[in-house]
Design a protein around this ligand. Structure first.
Ligand code: G3I
Length: 391
């Protein structure tokens, strides 16, 4: 069983945890934290039932990393204004249990403790995802086709964070209409257990934590092209199948990794997609919102306006009553995975000082935490969010 002393390979990770916990401990209990802690019952019970705060509004969330949780830094202050925190990487199976039977929860604990101090929610991300399945688990599942390692992994996380993490991505990125098996990705779990693995995973999660909201989450669902349309239809069919069989599915996550090169979002089509999903009884979350630019030579103001316009479309769609949150895949451009998508932005990230204009500018803040017009878009679209209330 894990011990807190089990060191991660990178000593830096431990330091980041100590930094995070030290920074949290140093922060005077703010009015918000006091209020949140004073009434956790009422706040928590409302959130548990609907995934919404009492004002029935869309929560504002972001992907974060433990080393960002310095509550006094500009980024830490921006993180404190979120309703919802999502571990960008440190909640993944391979980030917790890269050594079989020796899970290490230090980074996950730091994120959950930060959220509890400031009265924020955490989304568990993600229990099953091909890219972050440890090599030892892939080998075991391929050889033995037993659910035992998955069950232990679920018990490790769902059990540890029961009543602390109230919403989990149980299966991440399962749709593949181009090369999949009946539209499902041929991943380790599909090969070991068949397409029914999604239902089994959801039932297993519910059995371990009967109160958490369970979700599935997928990408390439937002743009106006044949692949995204096939993926929308396949995801809806999967949700309808699961709900028809009383499989415990509470939410659907629509990843919002948007690309300016793919053009304006098909708003009428997406509104219908949201309504069709809602008709099955699930609530919906826009997860992982960021924007990949297609022309970084334009004037900065024009670049930022184009990004804000595309995000405004998502925020407009998020007004659908079935949508409970909008989560950005990071807050600060310098942390965005999108910088890896182009050699020029990856190279720009290595320079010191970093020129904010040299990066992909797809998140709410630039690399120096300077806000962009996107901030005003978020404030206008999520007026009930903690972000707006603390403006
Ligand atoms: O923290 C370690 C650091 O200690 C180490 O020195 C360094 C070098 O190996 O790695 C650092 O961890 C990296 C981590 O990002 C940093 O947050 C991991 O190697 C790297 O694999 C990890 O990549 C993440 C990726 O998922 C895989 O988990 C990205 O940050 C994250 O943005 C990306 O997010 C995914 C969603 O989960 C699912 N949807 C797609 C999205 C983008 O790929």
């Amino acid at each position: 069983m894990a011990t807190a002393s089990t060191p991660q390979p990178a000593a830096r990770a431990l330091r980041s945890r100590r930094q995070a916990l030290a920074a949290i401990a140093a922060v005077p209990m703010t009015a918000i934290a006091t209020r949140a802690l004073a009434a956790p019952g009422s706040q928590r019970s409302i959130i548990q039932t609907t995934g919404r705060n009492s004002s029935a509004r869309q929560d504002y969330g972001a992907a974060i990393r433990p080393e960002q949780l310095d509550a006094n830094s500009a980024l830490g202050l921006a993180i404190r204004r979120l309703d919802l925190l999502v571990p960008e990487y440190h909640g993944q199976w391979d980030a917790v249990e890269w050594r079989r039977g020796d899970p290490w929860f230090g980074n996950y604990d730091a994120i959950v403790q930060f959220a509890e101090i400031f009265g924020q929610r955490v989304r568990g991300h993600s229990l099953l995802w091909e890219q972050m399945t440890p090599a030892w688990a892939r080998a075991d599942l391929a050889a033995n086709r037993s659910w035992a390692p998955v069950r232990q992994h679920f018990q490790n996380l769902l059990g540890r964070y029961r009543n602390r993490i109230e919403e989990w991505v149980v299966v991440n990125e399962m749709i593949d209409t181009e090369d999949g098996a009946d539209g499902l990705r041929r991943n380790t779990f599909q090969r070991a257990f068949g397409n029914g693995y999604v239902a089994t995973a959801l039932r297993m999660a519910r059995g371990i934590d009967p109160h958490a909201r369970l979700m599935i989450n997928d990408f390439s669902l937002c743009h106006d092209n044949p692949v995204d349309e096939r993926r929308r239809q396949r995801l809806l069919a999967l949700v309808e199948q699961l709900k028809a069989r009383d499989v415990p599915l509470d939410m659907v996550g629509i990843q919002g990794h948007l690309e300016l090169a793919k053009g304006a979002l098909p708003m009428a089509r997406l509104r219908r997609f949201l309504r069709d999903l809602a008709a099955t009884g699930v609530t919906i979350a826009f997860t992982e919102v960021d924007v990949l630019e297609d022309d970084r030579r334009l004037p900065l103001a024009r670049r930022d306006a184009r990004v804000a316009d595309m995000v405004a479309s998502v925020l407009d769609l998020a007004a659908d009553p079935a949508v409970t949150s909008v989560t950005f895949w990071g807050l600060r451009d310098g942390d965005s995975w999108l910088q890896e998508r182009a050699p020029a932005t990856l190279a720009a990230l290595q320079r010191r000082p970093i020129d904010p204009a040299s990066l992909n500018r797809g998140l709410p803040f630039d690399c120096n935490m300077q806000p962009k017009p996107l901030q005003r878009t978020i404030l206008a679209s999520l007026p009930q969010s903690r972000f707006a209330r603390m403006a």
